[in-house]
Write a protein that binds this ligand. Sequence first.
Ligand SMILES: [Zn+2]
Ligand SMILES: [Zn+2]
Length: 141
Amino acid sequence: MNKNIAYIIISVCLLLAAFLMYRFTSGSGSAGLAGIDADSKIWVMCKNASCKAAKEMGERDFYAAVEGNTEPGRRLAPGLPCDQCGKPSSVYKAKKCPESDCLAVFFYGSTQNDFPDRCPQCKVSQTEKSRKERQSGSAQE
Ligand SMILES: [Zn+2]
Ligand SMILES: [Zn+2]
């Protein structure tokens, strides 16, 4: 009899935890969407090495699509389906190199033990660049 009560308590706790987690993930997701600028654009790229299709899309559209593609209760949002190679969850947020002679699209953090925004093509990191500019700027003063 005591054992049965323990089982009931455990399953109620598990249900409660699952419910809270669901509330938490869905709540934070929509709050994040509202905080995104409607005009904000991001670059996304397919992780499939033989596809690598890149495109620009609205940041809100991206997160709304990720939210719609996320199973309820799952914390980590999967990528979006790729309309080029058809892989179900392969398109992730990427970064476009702002160097006008490069403009490569790459994934943030693709170079290890380095600035995460280092472009794998032209090797320029905007973080490093702005730091250097700040340093040289303060040196001139
Ligand atoms: Zn693809
Ligand atoms: Zn670059």
